[in-house]
Design a protein around this ligand. Structure first.
Ligand code: PLP
Length: 466
Protein backbone atom coordinates (compact mmCIF):
# COMPACT_ATOMS: atom_id res chain seq x y z
CA UNK A 1 0.00 0.00 0.00
CA UNK A 2 1.11 3.53 -0.79
CA UNK A 3 1.56 5.19 2.57
CA UNK A 4 1.66 8.80 1.27
CA UNK A 5 -1.57 8.30 -0.67
CA UNK A 6 -3.42 6.84 2.32
CA UNK A 7 -2.07 9.43 4.75
CA UNK A 8 -3.44 12.14 2.46
CA UNK A 9 -6.75 10.23 2.29
CA UNK A 10 -6.82 10.11 6.09
CA UNK A 11 -6.47 13.89 6.30
CA UNK A 12 -9.07 14.40 3.55
CA UNK A 13 -11.59 12.07 5.13
CA UNK A 14 -11.18 13.84 8.47
CA UNK A 15 -11.75 17.22 6.78
CA UNK A 16 -14.90 15.91 5.05
CA UNK A 17 -16.31 14.78 8.36
CA UNK A 18 -15.30 18.01 10.13
CA UNK A 19 -16.96 20.08 7.42
CA UNK A 20 -20.34 18.54 8.18
CA UNK A 21 -20.35 20.60 11.39
CA UNK A 22 -20.07 23.90 9.54
CA UNK A 23 -17.48 26.65 9.66
CA UNK A 24 -15.98 27.96 12.90
CA UNK A 25 -13.45 30.69 13.69
CA UNK A 26 -9.71 30.04 13.75
CA UNK A 27 -7.87 31.52 16.73
CA UNK A 28 -4.57 33.37 16.39
CA UNK A 29 -3.32 31.83 19.65
CA UNK A 30 -2.59 28.60 17.81
CA UNK A 31 -1.55 30.06 14.45
CA UNK A 32 1.76 28.87 12.99
CA UNK A 33 2.82 30.00 9.53
CA UNK A 34 4.29 27.54 7.07
CA UNK A 35 7.69 29.25 6.87
CA UNK A 36 8.25 28.94 10.63
CA UNK A 37 6.89 25.45 10.65
CA UNK A 38 9.20 24.52 7.81
CA UNK A 39 12.21 25.60 9.85
CA UNK A 40 11.15 23.75 12.95
CA UNK A 41 10.33 20.70 10.89
CA UNK A 42 13.74 20.73 9.23
CA UNK A 43 15.45 20.75 12.66
CA UNK A 44 13.08 18.08 13.84
CA UNK A 45 13.64 15.66 10.95
CA UNK A 46 17.37 16.17 11.28
CA UNK A 47 17.18 15.16 14.93
CA UNK A 48 15.14 12.08 14.11
CA UNK A 49 18.04 10.76 12.09
CA UNK A 50 19.70 10.00 15.40
CA UNK A 51 18.10 6.54 15.38
CA UNK A 52 18.94 2.99 14.49
CA UNK A 53 17.31 1.62 11.30
CA UNK A 54 14.70 -0.53 13.04
CA UNK A 55 12.90 -1.01 9.71
CA UNK A 56 15.88 -2.57 7.94
CA UNK A 57 16.90 -6.22 8.27
CA UNK A 58 20.38 -4.90 9.11
CA UNK A 59 18.79 -4.14 12.43
CA UNK A 60 18.72 -7.50 14.22
CA UNK A 61 18.88 -6.33 17.82
CA UNK A 62 16.02 -5.66 20.23
CA UNK A 63 12.27 -6.06 19.78
CA UNK A 64 11.88 -2.97 17.65
CA UNK A 65 10.36 -2.33 14.26
CA UNK A 66 8.04 0.28 12.73
CA UNK A 67 4.29 -0.40 12.68
CA UNK A 68 2.54 -1.71 9.58
CA UNK A 69 1.44 1.14 7.24
CA UNK A 70 -2.20 0.16 7.92
CA UNK A 71 -1.59 0.79 11.63
CA UNK A 72 0.03 4.15 10.84
CA UNK A 73 -2.95 5.26 8.73
CA UNK A 74 -5.43 3.93 11.29
CA UNK A 75 -3.62 5.65 14.13
CA UNK A 76 -3.27 8.97 12.33
CA UNK A 77 -6.89 9.00 11.11
CA UNK A 78 -8.22 8.48 14.63
CA UNK A 79 -5.62 10.77 16.21
CA UNK A 80 -6.96 13.68 14.14
CA UNK A 81 -10.12 13.23 16.22
CA UNK A 82 -8.19 12.14 19.34
CA UNK A 83 -10.76 9.94 21.04
CA UNK A 84 -10.18 8.78 24.61
CA UNK A 85 -11.08 5.14 25.09
CA UNK A 86 -11.50 5.58 28.78
CA UNK A 87 -15.21 6.11 28.25
CA UNK A 88 -17.75 5.44 25.52
CA UNK A 89 -18.45 9.18 25.47
CA UNK A 90 -14.76 9.81 24.86
CA UNK A 91 -14.79 7.86 21.61
CA UNK A 92 -17.77 5.69 20.72
CA UNK A 93 -16.31 4.42 17.44
CA UNK A 94 -12.86 3.54 18.78
CA UNK A 95 -14.31 2.02 21.99
CA UNK A 96 -16.33 -0.33 19.78
CA UNK A 97 -13.21 -1.06 17.69
CA UNK A 98 -11.35 -1.88 20.90
CA UNK A 99 -14.05 -4.36 21.93
CA UNK A 100 -13.89 -6.06 18.54
CA UNK A 101 -10.08 -6.22 18.42
CA UNK A 102 -9.93 -7.54 21.99
CA UNK A 103 -12.53 -10.17 21.08
CA UNK A 104 -10.22 -11.24 18.23
CA UNK A 105 -7.32 -11.55 20.67
CA UNK A 106 -9.47 -13.62 23.05
CA UNK A 107 -10.51 -15.91 20.18
CA UNK A 108 -6.88 -16.25 19.11
CA UNK A 109 -6.04 -17.68 22.54
CA UNK A 110 -9.14 -19.89 22.62
CA UNK A 111 -11.02 -18.03 25.40
CA UNK A 112 -14.79 -18.75 25.20
CA UNK A 113 -15.58 -15.92 27.59
CA UNK A 114 -13.46 -12.96 28.53
CA UNK A 115 -13.23 -9.54 30.04
CA UNK A 116 -10.40 -7.52 28.60
CA UNK A 117 -9.16 -4.30 27.15
CA UNK A 118 -6.16 -2.61 25.64
CA UNK A 119 -3.59 -0.91 27.84
CA UNK A 120 -0.72 1.45 27.30
CA UNK A 121 1.82 -1.35 27.66
CA UNK A 122 2.54 -4.90 28.69
CA UNK A 123 3.76 -3.64 32.04
CA UNK A 124 0.43 -2.00 32.85
CA UNK A 125 -1.45 -5.03 31.51
CA UNK A 126 0.57 -7.32 33.83
CA UNK A 127 -0.02 -4.91 36.71
CA UNK A 128 -3.78 -5.28 36.14
CA UNK A 129 -3.56 -9.06 36.05
CA UNK A 130 -1.53 -9.10 39.28
CA UNK A 131 -3.89 -6.58 40.89
CA UNK A 132 -6.87 -8.87 40.20
CA UNK A 133 -4.79 -11.83 41.40
CA UNK A 134 -4.09 -10.03 44.68
CA UNK A 135 -7.78 -9.23 45.18
CA UNK A 136 -8.62 -12.91 44.73
CA UNK A 137 -5.77 -14.21 46.91
CA UNK A 138 -5.15 -11.50 49.49
CA UNK A 139 -2.03 -12.02 51.56
CA UNK A 140 -0.55 -14.57 49.16
CA UNK A 141 2.55 -14.18 47.00
CA UNK A 142 3.24 -14.34 43.27
CA UNK A 143 5.69 -16.82 41.73
CA UNK A 144 7.46 -16.10 38.45
CA UNK A 145 10.62 -17.54 36.94
CA UNK A 146 14.01 -15.86 37.16
CA UNK A 147 13.68 -15.32 33.37
CA UNK A 148 10.31 -13.52 33.74
CA UNK A 149 10.19 -9.85 32.76
CA UNK A 150 11.79 -7.68 35.44
CA UNK A 151 8.60 -5.65 35.87
CA UNK A 152 6.86 -8.56 37.67
CA UNK A 153 9.13 -8.06 40.68
CA UNK A 154 8.62 -4.31 40.47
CA UNK A 155 4.83 -4.57 40.25
CA UNK A 156 4.71 -6.99 43.18
CA UNK A 157 6.37 -4.23 45.21
CA UNK A 158 3.86 -1.68 43.92
CA UNK A 159 0.99 -3.99 44.90
CA UNK A 160 2.53 -4.87 48.26
CA UNK A 161 2.63 -8.60 47.55
CA UNK A 162 5.60 -10.89 47.91
CA UNK A 163 7.31 -11.83 44.65
CA UNK A 164 9.03 -15.25 44.49
CA UNK A 165 11.52 -15.84 41.66
CA UNK A 166 11.66 -19.55 40.71
CA UNK A 167 14.80 -21.09 39.15
CA UNK A 168 14.81 -22.16 35.49
CA UNK A 169 15.93 -25.31 33.67
CA UNK A 170 18.78 -25.45 31.16
CA UNK A 171 16.55 -23.93 28.45
CA UNK A 172 15.55 -20.96 30.57
CA UNK A 173 12.05 -22.14 31.48
CA UNK A 174 10.54 -22.26 34.95
CA UNK A 175 11.58 -25.41 36.79
CA UNK A 176 8.32 -27.03 37.92
CA UNK A 177 9.87 -29.06 40.75
CA UNK A 178 11.13 -25.85 42.32
CA UNK A 179 7.73 -24.30 41.73
CA UNK A 180 5.97 -27.18 43.41
CA UNK A 181 8.28 -27.00 46.42
CA UNK A 182 7.33 -23.33 46.72
CA UNK A 183 3.60 -24.07 46.29
CA UNK A 184 3.78 -26.62 49.13
CA UNK A 185 4.58 -23.78 51.53
CA UNK A 186 1.08 -22.42 50.92
CA UNK A 187 2.42 -18.90 50.46
CA UNK A 188 1.64 -18.55 46.74
CA UNK A 189 -1.66 -17.36 45.32
CA UNK A 190 -0.66 -16.82 41.68
CA UNK A 191 1.87 -18.28 39.29
CA UNK A 192 3.05 -16.24 36.32
CA UNK A 193 4.23 -18.29 33.34
CA UNK A 194 5.91 -16.61 30.42
CA UNK A 195 5.01 -17.71 26.89
CA UNK A 196 8.16 -16.45 25.20
CA UNK A 197 10.67 -14.96 27.63
CA UNK A 198 12.01 -11.56 26.65
CA UNK A 199 15.67 -12.57 26.63
CA UNK A 200 15.55 -16.00 24.98
CA UNK A 201 12.02 -16.54 23.69
CA UNK A 202 11.64 -19.62 25.89
CA UNK A 203 8.09 -20.93 26.27
CA UNK A 204 7.45 -22.06 29.85
CA UNK A 205 5.59 -25.36 30.46
CA UNK A 206 2.10 -23.88 30.84
CA UNK A 207 0.37 -27.21 30.16
CA UNK A 208 2.27 -29.00 32.92
CA UNK A 209 1.81 -26.14 35.37
CA UNK A 210 -1.98 -26.36 34.97
CA UNK A 211 -1.97 -29.61 36.93
CA UNK A 212 -0.43 -27.74 39.85
CA UNK A 213 -3.18 -25.13 39.74
CA UNK A 214 -5.80 -27.71 40.68
CA UNK A 215 -3.58 -29.29 43.34
CA UNK A 216 -2.62 -26.05 45.09
CA UNK A 217 -5.54 -23.81 44.27
CA UNK A 218 -3.48 -21.07 42.65
CA UNK A 219 -4.26 -18.74 39.75
CA UNK A 220 -2.25 -18.97 36.57
CA UNK A 221 -1.40 -15.82 34.67
CA UNK A 222 0.32 -16.07 31.29
CA UNK A 223 2.65 -13.25 30.34
CA UNK A 224 2.65 -13.50 26.55
CA UNK A 225 3.57 -9.84 26.02
CA UNK A 226 6.27 -10.76 23.54
CA UNK A 227 5.34 -14.30 22.51
CA UNK A 228 1.53 -14.28 22.46
CA UNK A 229 1.01 -14.02 18.70
CA UNK A 230 3.13 -17.16 18.23
CA UNK A 231 0.02 -19.07 19.30
CA UNK A 232 -0.86 -18.68 15.60
CA UNK A 233 1.96 -21.11 14.78
CA UNK A 234 0.95 -23.74 17.34
CA UNK A 235 0.60 -27.04 15.48
CA UNK A 236 0.91 -25.16 12.16
CA UNK A 237 2.14 -27.06 9.11
CA UNK A 238 5.74 -26.65 8.01
CA UNK A 239 9.01 -26.40 9.93
CA UNK A 240 7.87 -23.23 11.71
CA UNK A 241 4.99 -25.03 13.46
CA UNK A 242 5.33 -24.98 17.26
CA UNK A 243 4.54 -27.73 19.79
CA UNK A 244 0.84 -27.43 20.53
CA UNK A 245 0.66 -28.27 24.24
CA UNK A 246 1.77 -25.04 26.00
CA UNK A 247 -0.09 -22.79 23.56
CA UNK A 248 -3.32 -24.78 23.77
CA UNK A 249 -3.13 -24.68 27.57
CA UNK A 250 -3.28 -20.87 27.55
CA UNK A 251 -7.05 -21.13 26.96
CA UNK A 252 -7.36 -22.73 30.44
CA UNK A 253 -5.35 -20.06 32.24
CA UNK A 254 -6.94 -17.30 34.31
CA UNK A 255 -5.47 -14.27 32.59
CA UNK A 256 -3.27 -13.38 29.62
CA UNK A 257 -1.18 -10.39 28.63
CA UNK A 258 -0.17 -9.77 25.03
CA UNK A 259 1.50 -6.72 23.47
CA UNK A 260 0.22 -5.81 20.01
CA UNK A 261 3.02 -3.22 19.99
CA UNK A 262 5.54 -6.06 19.90
CA UNK A 263 4.37 -8.71 17.42
CA UNK A 264 1.01 -7.21 16.38
CA UNK A 265 2.50 -4.64 13.98
CA UNK A 266 1.39 -1.72 16.17
CA UNK A 267 3.07 1.51 17.30
CA UNK A 268 3.94 1.80 20.99
CA UNK A 269 1.05 2.34 23.33
CA UNK A 270 -0.75 -0.95 22.72
CA UNK A 271 -0.76 -3.76 25.27
CA UNK A 272 -3.72 -5.94 26.25
CA UNK A 273 -4.97 -7.88 29.26
CA UNK A 274 -7.61 -10.61 29.11
CA UNK A 275 -9.36 -12.36 32.01
CA UNK A 276 -11.13 -15.66 31.47
CA UNK A 277 -13.77 -14.90 34.09
CA UNK A 278 -15.66 -11.68 33.25
CA UNK A 279 -16.81 -11.43 36.89
CA UNK A 280 -13.41 -10.01 37.89
CA UNK A 281 -14.76 -6.70 36.57
CA UNK A 282 -16.17 -6.20 40.08
CA UNK A 283 -12.69 -5.34 41.40
CA UNK A 284 -12.51 -2.24 39.28
CA UNK A 285 -15.80 -0.74 40.38
CA UNK A 286 -15.55 2.92 41.07
CA UNK A 287 -17.86 5.86 40.98
CA UNK A 288 -16.86 8.49 38.50
CA UNK A 289 -18.98 11.60 38.80
CA UNK A 290 -17.87 13.33 35.63
CA UNK A 291 -17.04 10.82 32.93
CA UNK A 292 -19.94 8.53 32.08
CA UNK A 293 -23.24 9.82 30.76
CA UNK A 294 -24.42 8.22 27.56
CA UNK A 295 -25.11 4.62 28.37
CA UNK A 296 -25.60 1.93 30.94
CA UNK A 297 -23.13 -0.29 29.10
CA UNK A 298 -19.84 -1.03 30.77
CA UNK A 299 -17.30 1.60 29.76
CA UNK A 300 -13.74 0.49 29.12
CA UNK A 301 -12.65 2.88 31.86
CA UNK A 302 -14.75 0.89 34.29
CA UNK A 303 -12.68 -2.22 33.73
CA UNK A 304 -9.20 -0.76 33.63
CA UNK A 305 -6.76 0.79 36.09
CA UNK A 306 -5.72 3.52 33.69
CA UNK A 307 -7.99 6.46 32.96
CA UNK A 308 -7.25 8.30 29.67
CA UNK A 309 -6.08 5.98 26.95
CA UNK A 310 -5.49 6.41 23.24
CA UNK A 311 -8.50 5.59 21.07
CA UNK A 312 -6.13 5.85 18.12
CA UNK A 313 -4.26 2.76 19.39
CA UNK A 314 -7.49 0.75 19.19
CA UNK A 315 -8.24 2.19 15.74
CA UNK A 316 -4.80 1.18 14.48
CA UNK A 317 -5.16 -2.35 15.81
CA UNK A 318 -8.67 -2.74 14.42
CA UNK A 319 -7.66 -1.58 10.94
CA UNK A 320 -4.57 -3.80 10.96
CA UNK A 321 -6.66 -6.82 11.99
CA UNK A 322 -9.11 -6.08 9.12
CA UNK A 323 -6.23 -6.70 6.72
CA UNK A 324 -3.99 -9.08 8.63
CA UNK A 325 -6.29 -10.79 11.14
CA UNK A 326 -4.79 -12.73 14.06
CA UNK A 327 -5.07 -16.05 12.24
CA UNK A 328 -2.49 -18.40 10.78
CA UNK A 329 -3.29 -17.24 7.21
CA UNK A 330 -3.11 -13.57 8.26
CA UNK A 331 -0.64 -12.24 10.80
CA UNK A 332 0.60 -15.81 11.36
CA UNK A 333 2.51 -15.66 8.07
CA UNK A 334 4.57 -12.71 9.30
CA UNK A 335 5.49 -14.61 12.47
CA UNK A 336 6.24 -17.75 10.48
CA UNK A 337 8.80 -15.88 8.38
CA UNK A 338 10.59 -14.59 11.49
CA UNK A 339 10.53 -18.06 13.00
CA UNK A 340 12.03 -19.59 9.83
CA UNK A 341 14.67 -16.84 9.80
CA UNK A 342 15.68 -17.73 13.37
CA UNK A 343 15.84 -21.46 12.57
CA UNK A 344 17.89 -20.83 9.44
CA UNK A 345 20.35 -18.60 11.22
CA UNK A 346 20.67 -21.04 14.10
CA UNK A 347 21.64 -23.74 11.57
CA UNK A 348 24.27 -21.53 9.96
CA UNK A 349 25.69 -20.67 13.38
CA UNK A 350 25.82 -24.36 14.31
CA UNK A 351 27.90 -25.00 11.18
CA UNK A 352 30.18 -22.03 11.79
CA UNK A 353 33.65 -22.28 13.28
CA UNK A 354 33.70 -18.66 14.38
CA UNK A 355 30.32 -18.51 16.09
CA UNK A 356 28.45 -20.87 18.37
CA UNK A 357 24.78 -21.06 19.30
CA UNK A 358 23.96 -20.35 22.94
CA UNK A 359 20.71 -22.29 22.74
CA UNK A 360 18.33 -23.50 20.06
CA UNK A 361 15.77 -20.72 19.42
CA UNK A 362 12.19 -21.62 20.37
CA UNK A 363 10.61 -18.59 18.66
CA UNK A 364 12.40 -15.82 16.74
CA UNK A 365 15.22 -14.88 19.13
CA UNK A 366 18.70 -16.16 18.27
CA UNK A 367 21.44 -16.12 20.95
CA UNK A 368 25.04 -16.82 20.01
CA UNK A 369 28.63 -16.00 20.84
CA UNK A 370 32.00 -15.72 19.14
CA UNK A 371 34.31 -18.73 19.47
CA UNK A 372 37.37 -17.18 21.06
CA UNK A 373 40.83 -18.51 21.80
CA UNK A 374 41.14 -19.16 24.67
CA UNK A 375 37.44 -19.91 25.11
CA UNK A 376 36.65 -18.22 28.40
CA UNK A 377 33.83 -16.10 29.75
CA UNK A 378 35.98 -12.98 29.78
CA UNK A 379 37.16 -13.35 26.16
CA UNK A 380 33.61 -14.14 24.98
CA UNK A 381 32.38 -11.05 26.82
CA UNK A 382 35.06 -8.86 25.31
CA UNK A 383 34.62 -10.21 21.77
CA UNK A 384 30.79 -9.90 21.92
CA UNK A 385 31.03 -6.29 23.00
CA UNK A 386 33.54 -5.55 20.29
CA UNK A 387 31.41 -7.20 17.58
CA UNK A 388 28.36 -5.25 18.72
CA UNK A 389 30.29 -1.99 18.50
CA UNK A 390 32.12 -2.77 15.26
CA UNK A 391 28.82 -3.83 13.62
CA UNK A 392 26.96 -0.64 14.42
CA UNK A 393 29.78 1.79 13.68
CA UNK A 394 30.70 0.35 10.28
CA UNK A 395 29.32 2.79 7.72
CA UNK A 396 29.69 0.61 4.61
CA UNK A 397 27.85 -2.50 5.81
CA UNK A 398 26.50 -1.94 9.31
CA UNK A 399 24.65 -4.52 11.36
CA UNK A 400 22.84 -3.81 14.61
CA UNK A 401 22.71 -6.48 17.30
CA UNK A 402 22.08 -6.60 21.01
CA UNK A 403 23.92 -8.27 23.86
CA UNK A 404 22.56 -10.43 26.61
CA UNK A 405 24.29 -11.02 29.91
CA UNK A 406 24.27 -14.68 30.90
CA UNK A 407 25.44 -16.08 34.23
CA UNK A 408 28.49 -18.37 34.34
CA UNK A 409 26.41 -21.34 35.54
CA UNK A 410 23.99 -21.27 32.63
CA UNK A 411 26.66 -20.63 30.02
CA UNK A 412 29.08 -23.32 31.18
CA UNK A 413 26.32 -25.88 31.88
CA UNK A 414 25.31 -25.79 28.22
CA UNK A 415 28.89 -25.29 26.94
CA UNK A 416 31.27 -27.16 29.25
CA UNK A 417 34.33 -26.21 27.17
CA UNK A 418 34.06 -22.58 28.21
CA UNK A 419 36.51 -21.61 30.92
CA UNK A 420 34.66 -19.97 33.82
CA UNK A 421 37.03 -17.12 34.66
CA UNK A 422 34.23 -14.64 35.49
CA UNK A 423 30.73 -14.71 36.97
CA UNK A 424 29.11 -14.36 33.54
CA UNK A 425 29.51 -12.96 30.06
CA UNK A 426 27.72 -10.88 27.51
CA UNK A 427 26.75 -12.89 24.45
CA UNK A 428 25.01 -11.70 21.26
CA UNK A 429 21.26 -11.69 20.76
CA UNK A 430 19.12 -10.98 17.69
CA UNK A 431 15.35 -10.74 17.57
CA UNK A 432 14.29 -11.57 13.99
CA UNK A 433 10.80 -10.09 14.21
CA UNK A 434 10.64 -8.68 10.69
CA UNK A 435 9.52 -11.09 7.96
CA UNK A 436 12.11 -9.40 5.74
CA UNK A 437 14.82 -10.99 7.89
CA UNK A 438 14.13 -14.35 6.28
CA UNK A 439 15.81 -13.38 3.01
CA UNK A 440 18.50 -11.42 4.77
CA UNK A 441 19.80 -14.12 7.11
CA UNK A 442 22.61 -15.34 4.82
CA UNK A 443 23.96 -11.79 4.63
CA UNK A 444 23.62 -11.25 8.38
CA UNK A 445 25.48 -14.47 9.00
CA UNK A 446 28.29 -13.70 6.56
CA UNK A 447 28.67 -10.28 8.17
CA UNK A 448 28.82 -11.80 11.66
CA UNK A 449 31.45 -14.28 10.54
CA UNK A 450 33.56 -11.38 9.26
CA UNK A 451 33.11 -9.44 12.46
CA UNK A 452 33.89 -12.50 14.60
CA UNK A 453 37.05 -12.99 12.53
CA UNK A 454 38.16 -9.49 13.46
CA UNK A 455 37.38 -9.66 17.18
CA UNK A 456 40.25 -10.16 19.64
CA UNK A 457 41.09 -13.82 20.16
CA UNK A 458 38.28 -14.74 17.80
CA UNK A 459 38.43 -17.23 14.97
CA UNK A 460 41.99 -18.26 15.79
CA UNK A 461 41.02 -21.84 16.38
CA UNK A 462 38.32 -23.99 14.81
CA UNK A 463 37.40 -25.65 18.10
CA UNK A 464 33.85 -25.25 19.27
CA UNK A 465 31.98 -24.98 22.53
CA UNK A 466 30.05 -28.16 23.23
C1 PLP B 1 8.07 -6.57 26.79
C2 PLP B 1 7.60 -7.46 27.86
C3 PLP B 1 6.92 -6.95 28.98
C4 PLP B 1 6.75 -5.47 29.22
O1 PLP B 1 5.93 -4.92 28.24
P1 PLP B 1 6.03 -3.37 27.86
O2 PLP B 1 5.01 -3.25 26.78
O3 PLP B 1 7.42 -3.12 27.40
O4 PLP B 1 5.70 -2.60 29.08
C5 PLP B 1 6.44 -7.85 29.91
N1 PLP B 1 6.62 -9.16 29.76
C6 PLP B 1 7.29 -9.69 28.71
C7 PLP B 1 7.45 -11.17 28.60
C8 PLP B 1 7.80 -8.85 27.72
O5 PLP B 1 8.48 -9.38 26.69
Amino acid sequence: MDLSYWLAEAVASNADWANTFGPYPEHPALAVDDARFGQAFADFTERLKDNYPFFHPRYAGQMLKPPHPAAVVGYLSAMLINPNNHALDGGPATAQMEREAVQQLATMFGYDTHLGHLTTSGTIANLEALFVARELHPGKGVAYSTEAHYTHGRMCKVLGVEGHPVPVDDRGRMDLDSLEALLRTGRIGTVVLTAGTTALGAVEPIDEALALRERYGVRIHVDAAYGGFFVLLADAPGPEGLPLAPWKAIAECDSIVVDPHKHGLQPYGCGAVLFRDPAVGRFYLHDSPYTYFTSDELHLGEISLECSRSGAAAAALWLTFKLLPPTWEGLGQALAAGRRAAMRWAELIEESERLDLYQVPELDIVTYFPVTEPLTLSTIDEASTQILRAGMTDTADPVFLSTLRVGADRLTANHPKIGADADGARILRSVLMKPQSEEYVPHLHARLEQLAGGAPGAGASPHRGA
